[in-house]
Design a protein. Sequence first.
Length: 109
Amino acid sequence: MREHSISSRVRIIANSTLVAFGAANPRAVASLAHWRRVVKEARWTTMADAQATFSKSKAVNAERLRFEIAGGAFRLICAIDFRRQIVFVKFLGTHAEYDAIDAATVAQF
């Protein structure tokens, strides 16, 4: 079994979801691109590390974090596997859509 080196990049599952959302919501494109760049270079080992990277992020539970996109117009929820350095996109939508879901269990993608 191959160990992940500290220099390996964070994998985002599914990046295609972010691209498709940006295509449908141009206001989110720049913010999502910034988020993607920062996350791919991150070396998070705890939820506190991840939260510290994005000041307006909020922990949903021990594995999920909510991010504000485009100044809060959109919400992004991700589950983070710190050991494997994988970020799983679980939800991406408007603030109103976010208000209608359970952030701890949603699996939109």
